[in-house]
Design a binder for this molecule. Sequence first.
Ligand code: TPP
Ligand code: MG
Length: 371
Amino acid sequence: MAAKTKKATFDLNKQLEAVAEQYPTLQILNEEGEVVNEAAMPALSDDQLKELMRRMVYTRILDQRSISLNRQGRLGFYAPTAGQEASQIASHFALEKEDFVLPGYRDVPQLIWHGLPLTQAFLFSRGHFKGNQMPADVNAVSPQIIIGAQYIQAAGVALGLKKRGKKAVAITYTGDGGASQGDFYEGINFAGAFKAPAIFVIQNNRFAISTPVEKQSAAKTIAQKGIAAGLPGIQVDGMDALAVYAAVKEARERAINGEGPTVIETLTYRYGPHTMAGDDPTRYRTADLDTEWEKKDPLVRFRKFLEGKGLWSEEIENEVIEQAKEDIKQAIKEADDTPKQTVTDLMEIMYEEMPFNLKEQYEIYKEKESK
Ligand SMILES: Cc1ncc(C[n+]2csc(CCOP(=O)(O)OP(=O)(O)O)c2C)c(N)n1
Ligand SMILES: [Mg+2]
């Protein structure tokens, strides 16, 4: 007699769907720049709204110029940012100066708006050590290249802020690919257990280089990954500056009120290649998908919204563009004028006290460099 197969006492699909249902996408501005969620509207003054737009336009120009400079051989490593402005700039806009930023390699704009001079951002791109030295008043570390590693560091920094009684948060950014890494889970789990004031942003731009997000995980959203660690999560329209701002602002308030960390997934898209090192997006993305996302452009919809309020014009935008171009010209000149790094520079910044064997080598290089 054949053994009867036991039936599971739970419905897996129902379980997964019930979880996903709890993560609707927060949107405030639709693609036409119309407010579709008045209740979630953040309290931003007219000047703040204009400043947010100014930063997004400036960052788009910085991206375009960085791509050109890279093609001319005047920049090194560069990961394009166009398309992700709402996700990057509006999330940063909800922070305070004392907050600590732990970015990934695509998040140089947040560092710049946190106070990293453009010249240093260009030096970072060139692999110059000066690009990694944060000014004393900039609470940030240089962009992380190891996918997901910044999530564990952010948990630690946030715990440090808590122990010192600071009313500040640590914010970190990774991508959809980063959310598949072990470090991602370790970071959110630790921060949750210690109620550390951290904000974990996942910029889901649908691809980890060429791997589509559908192949990264069976989870229906990335936002829901927080719940197993006891963290609230929210999925946001990452092309909508107001929605991203509102989510991060609320997460920041929770964090500084001692309520612990939050996971925020922003649905976004990078228009350009993964980096300027040579991947060809046409081999893994369709033109239709590009067009679909370009219609959601964060600058277009925010511009329409501001124009509707009489806060923005072509003239203001052109002034921002000119200012950005001027600043970039100046900064790249300063980067060019920065002395090349030497072997002894690297040895000096690496150690507070140099080991004796390196001291010997140091003297040899000092001698060589003086010639
Ligand atoms: C631990 C680790 N594995 C692999 C890589 C190579 N790598 C660089 S970027 C990248 C994709 C990351 O994608 P995602 O997290 O979605 O971020 P995005 O580039 O889309 O912003 C990979 C696999 C790396 N840098 N570190
Ligand atoms: Mg990605």
